[in-house]
Design a binder for this molecule. Structure first.
Ligand SMILES: Cc1cc2nc3c(=O)[nH]c(=O)nc-3n(C[C@H](O)[C@H](O)[C@H](O)COP(=O)(O)OP(=O)(O)OC[C@H]3O[C@@H](n4cnc5c(N)ncnc54)[C@H](O)[C@@H]3O)c2cc1C
Length: 457
């Protein structure tokens, strides 16, 4: 890494959710920030939001937004989701709360709305300059220059940087430049399931057609449909399904097959999707994958957000984890008195295991959402977990809650979650109802097997 310790100017590639929040953090530390973004500015031009029109915002993301003082503006975009509303094949509904305290909820937020607020806030510092329609083409690490193409004129210019932060998402060009020099080992696992977005509009009176304050799930074993509410009373639906096989994207060729598939498996939802055929055949099918990197920096270049650790979306944590990156890089800069040479390796060392842990948990959570939630045993275990949390809150917090409602590091949530799942397995063995559970034994097991939590975070 270059010996210059206290840069004044930082370059960010990518003005997505993470790049835009990172710009605010850096400006609030007094840096001049230049951000290059290949797409047009969604605040000025109507462009498709790309993947996922809305997302679930949870505690880690909220915490990072609060620290830069932007949460008040963001609140106006949020719709509370108190739990999962499960839709079975006969149209029966079952609401399952995410947590047991009133504040243990997640929020649906518009991607375009959130990124617009972050960009406004960044610009309001007077220290951040965004260049839209500017694409990073390459990096010369030794001379600290990068090539940026102005996509309007086609001109490519060399841009000098002191430190460069790659916040350019799952397909990161910054990461590709590091990989080309073999300074990081990248593994990328494409999921053999993809997704497609559909819409349930508001009804004729402008009201929600499904219960508003829930994340709706139609779990069907190998595949599922989910829905998140939008402020205009519509829902954005996402169909997750295998790419190939009997029930798959590949198997649906025409309108008749599509109709049959929805009639059979998602009849209640189908009745509410007026543009099913148009949307299904016109909307892109999005790929999903996990990216892990052995190193997140080389010389004066570093990765953050999806560029460093793209995860599948099933735990609703990709953006939340990226926002947590911003808060933790800020903490590392604070602790090192803005010595980037110290701060970057510290940040990276603290983050990589956690990023790998949420990547694993997100993959596991897909099975929970599409299949396990249909098993009565799952609900019994969830009830036992809530009771253990009530009895021993300093030892036992359900894994979903550790990930979603706390700032407990992901790696710790994963390792504690593994012990907890064994305890839940033992306590629920041969039992059908919570009244039969031996909670005294449960408490003994918890205290024996789990260290006390450090809930200072
Ligand atoms: C279907 C789906 C649902 C999801 N749901 C959730 C959820 O509920 N909760 C959650 O927390 N997360 C969710 N995620 C994950 C979340 O979308 C990502 O984690 C988040 O967008 C990462 O932000 P980012 O800024 O790192 O990357 P991105 O959002 O990908 O932004 C990267 C930016 O860099 C720009 N860029 C790329 N290459 C270049 C280049 N060469 N030059 C200049 N600019 C460039 C891109 O145009 C883009 O604007 C979901 C993802 C998907 C696919």
């Amino acid at each position: 890494m270059n010996t210059q310790e206290k840069p004044r100017h930082i370059t960010i590639i990518g003005a997505g959710l993470v790049g835009s929040l990172q710009a605010i953090y850096l400006a609030q530390r007094g840096y001049q920030v230049t951000v290059f973004e290949q797409l047009p500015d969604i605040r000025k031009e109507a462009i498709p939001a790309g993947r996922s029109i809305n997302l679930a915002l949870a505690n880690r993301g909220i915490h990072a937004l609060e620290q830069v003082g932007v949460m008040e503006q963001v609140k106006s975009l949020l719709i509370t989701m108190k739990g999962r509303m499960l839709h079975d094949e006969s149209g029966n509904l079952h609401m399952q709360k995410y947590g047991q305290k009133s504040e243990e909820v997640i929020y649906s937020v518009s991607r375009a709305g959130l990124v617009s607020i972050l960009r406004d806030k960044a610009e309001a510092t007077g220290l951040v300059k965004f260049y839209f329609k500017h694409e990073l083409k390459g990096i010369k690490f030794d001379t600290r220059r990068c090539d940026i193409e102005n996509l309007i004129t086609g001109e490519i210019k060399a841009h000098e940087f002191e430190y460069l932060v790659g916040a350019d998402g799952g397909g990161s060009q910054v990461r590709a430049c590091m990989e080309a020099l073999e300074t990081t080992e990248v593994t990328s696992e494409l999921l053999d399931h993809s997704y497609k977005e559909l819409t349930i509009p508001a009804d004729a009176n402008g009201d929600f057609q499904l219960y508003k304050e829930a994340l709706h799930i139609w779990p069907r074993g190998e595949y599922m449909l989910i829905a998140l509410p939008n402020p205009d009373a519509s829902f954005t639906l996402t169909l997750f399904m295998p790419n190939r096989g009997e029930v798959s994207f590949e198997a649906i060729h025409d309108e008749q097959q599509l109709e049959q598939f929805f009639d059979q498996h998602f009849a209640d939802a189908k009745a509410l999707i007026p543009d099913l055929k148009t949307e299904y055949f016109n909307n892109p099918t999005g790929y999903l994958g996990t990216i892990r990197c052995s190193d997140w920096h080389h010389e004066n270049v570093m990765l953050i957000g999806d560029a460093a650790h793209a995860v599948v979306p099933f735990h609703g944590q990709g953006m939340n984890a990226g926002f947590e990156d911003c808060a933790q890089l800020n903490a590392a800069l604070e602790a090192s008195d803005d010595d980037w040479q110290m701060a970057i390796p510290q940040f990276e060392a603290a983050r990589i295991d956690n990023a790998n842990a949420i990547a694993d948990m997100a993959l596991e959570h897909y099975v929970e959402m599409r299949a396990t939630v249909r098993d009565p045993k799952f609900h019994l275990k969830k009830a036992i977990a809530f009771e253990l949390e009530n009895r021993l809150p300093e030892y036992f917090i359900p894994r979903y809650s550790m990930v979603t409602f706390h700032l407990i590091p992901y790696a710790e949530a994963k390792s504690r979650g593994l012990i907890q799942s064994r305890i839940l397995e033992q306590l629920s063995e041969g039992i059908k109802d919570i009244s039969e559970v031996d909670f005294e034994r449960g408490e003994r097991l918890v205290v024996q097997k789990l260290p006390r939590l450090n809930l200072g975070n």
